[in-house]
Design a protein around this ligand. Structure first.
Ligand SMILES: [Zn+2]
Length: 292
């Protein structure tokens, strides 16, 4: 089993006191690899440093989240380009538009997003995208780069059925988080996740945010962590009418291809993957030599 958490904010200071334990619990839960989200000038180098400290286990993205768009200066652009010279940085982002919180002015958000799309068009890396309440502008800006971008994933998808189909029509990927487990805000996702083709679906915790509300027992500090990814996969599989092992296996295969990750060097290292599986690695129908 090679579960891949494609979005973990492991540089967050809530992990400062026990980051190594968090990584170990993730491994023990069957999370074989993770992509550490870089989303600001401050945290991008930390994400790269984490990835370099854990080769083959952690990878990083580097980008500027729309909340931080105001910090996107020429100097910031140069910093990003330097970070992207490293092989451990596997995607441009987190970048995009967020008109829900509007922490940065919208023109600044669009400018920062455009410059990161330009960077992705130049370096050919996949895009790790954030969109909230900005669907129309988001599509329009992406359209300006039609034919010039590599693969794209709209991470932490929380949108409508129409938005989902807009993304799938454009051949983009979708990242599903524990938002799915939120009975107040995520109920609509339960209905529509079955429409996501397996080769466009990836999973993520967005830790330390978005603790799945159906997790039992709940951690006292309410902090989400990658070890809870199998819980999300189990819920997602139920909604898709799939064996959880198949969902896990397919999403990992999709993530490997999307981020161009190498095949795991050693398989079977994680004994218990936490996903309720009965048929193990063959559940996804792939030849056993491929592993999961
Ligand atoms: Zn996001």
């Amino acid at each position: 089993m090679d579960l891949i958490d494609i979005g973990a904010n492991l540089t967050h200071d809530s992990f400062d006191h026990d980051r190594d334990a968090v990584l170990q619990r993730a491994r023990d839960a069957g999370v074989a690899r993770m992509v550490v989200t870089g989303a600001s000038r401050e945290h991008n180098p930390l994400a790269l440093a984490l990835a370099r400290a854990h080769p083959g286990f952690l990878y990083a993205t580097a980008g500027v989240h729309p909340h931080h768009a105001a910090e996107y200066t020429d100097e910031c652009d140069a910093e990003l380009r330097a970070l992207h010279a490293h092989a451990e940085v596997v995607a441009v982002g987190e970048c995009g538009l967020d008109y829900f919180r509007d922490f940065s002015p919208r023109p600044a958000q669009r400018k920062a997003f455009e410059r990161q799309l330009q960077l992705a068009a130049e370096n050919g890396k996949p895009l790790f995208l954030h969109q909230r309440d900005a669907h129309v502008d988001f599509l329009a800006m992406m359209k300006n780069f039609d034919g010039r971008l590599g693969p794209a994933v709209v991470h932490c998808f929380t949108g409508t059925r129409e938005e989902l189909f807009d993304y799938l029509d454009r051949d983009w990927h979708v990242g599903i988080t524990g938002w799915l487990c939120d009975e107040r805000r995520g109920q609509h996702l339960r209905e529509i996740v079955k429409h996501i083709p397996a080769n466009r679906l990836m999973v993520e915790t967005d830790a330390p945010y978005l603790l799945p509300r159906t997790l039992r027992p709940m951690p006292k500090d309410r902090r989400n962590e990658p070890a809870f990814l199998p819980h999300i996969v189990n819920e997602l599989a139920r909604d898709r009418g799939e064996d959880p092992a198949a969902t896990a296996c397919a999403s990992a295969a999709t993530a490997r291809g999307f981020f161009r990750l190498p095949w795991p060097a050693s398989r079977g290292a994680s004994a218990s993957h936490g996903v309720r599986a009965s048929r193990g690695e063959l559940a996804c129908g792939r030849p056993s030599s491929h592993g999961c």
